[in-house]
Design a protein around this ligand. Sequence first.
Ligand code: ARG
Length: 465
Amino acid sequence: MSGNKSELKLWGGRFTGETDPLMNLYNASLPYDQKMYNADLDNSKYYTEGLLKAGLLTQEELDEIHRGLEIIRGEWASNSFVEKDGDEDIHTANERRLGEIIGRHIAGKVHTGRSRNDQVATDMRIYCREALDNMAKILKDLVGAILQRAEQEIDALMPGYTHLQRAQPIRWSHWLNLYATYFTEDFKRLKQIRERLNVSPLGCGALAGHPYGIDREHIAERLGFDGVIGNSLQAVSDRDFVVEILFWCSLFMNHISRFSEDLIIYSTAEFNFVKLSDAYSTGSSLMPQKKNPDSLELLRGKSGRVFGSLSGFMMSLKSIPSTYNKDMQEDKEPLFDALLTVEHSILIATGVISTLTINKESMYKALTMDMLATDLADYLVRKGVPFRETHHISGEAVRKAEELNLSGIDKISVEQYKEIDSRFGDDVVDVFDFEVSVERRTATGGTAKSAVLKQIQKLRAELSS
Ligand code: ARG
């Protein structure tokens, strides 16, 4: 990459001066775009098929080009591709190497009508498509692991929180389903982005279109695209798909960060609801007793860098004049970094959630009778009292328990309840059961076992559609 001799460069014809060595480094994207080598080679493979169809190559030339491309693919795959001075990016490196293998006369025809502008836009879409497919697969496994726990541990009850204050009893599975729902939405959103980005810019040249009437639709189909981009200027300008992926990554990290934060809290000695496996914890270099939830803290912490990638690239993109400008090369590092970070985060989260253990007793012990104050109000609603009134009456019961120094509203006697309000009956004692409270919420989305199982079923169906 350090070569500054202009004649080494594919675009060197009009240049007489040499490039500043630092400029070469500054300009080069090969160190990070080489991971798109497969996409770039496929691009050339099917683009040259199009050239053959347009009468711009002979069958022998095409065969020779394809032979060369597969040799290059093998070199990248086996880590034996030798980079040379003048290799700016994956496109120039592959083209230079093809010339060495099959001769520059034939290799020089590959780029007929193609520009690196439509080439890179195409490679990126091919690369992203595959990255998203892999992401969808591992994300599905994460949700699968969560749902499996939700099914197995459906009997564990724990407090549900608002404002991080104990609010109402829920099932642990209900909490699991909260994140299974978020991640399933992420999964669906991923599919939509994939669908939107799967259109081909190839055959649009530098910006103005193709001068040899190439069959863009046919090439697109061969490359696995669902169609072609309808405007050549837009085809080479557009990086919205990168922004969408970065936003997707950011939103996913937002979800995983909240998931992690809950589990960090639940794993403290004060809560003691869950215990992380050793595989996803680390110790302290000073305090021998410590076991820290580093995996979860990293899941929470890494969200910051992904949000940074999104906002950073949006800044790079915002005032680029149409059409291709070199600023657009800045799409790659944030994108690749975000994809890798999210991929690792999904795998780590899957490991954490499949190996942690829960402490059902601690979860249950954290439930307190005041969390049934709403159920007490609901009891009177069932007797025909308007909720606004019952809310007030139930509040009185809470106050009375405090006044009498009782441990909870369940310790108020039936007689005392009748004094608070004559509509309380002997059956008021039935309210003070956490299981009953949870089981009452049978409406879709609630905590009753039947409702939780339905959610699991629905999410599974959404993931396999
Ligand atoms: N490495 C470049 C990029 O990633 C390829 C496109 C170069 N096009 C150009 N006109 N210089 O954006």
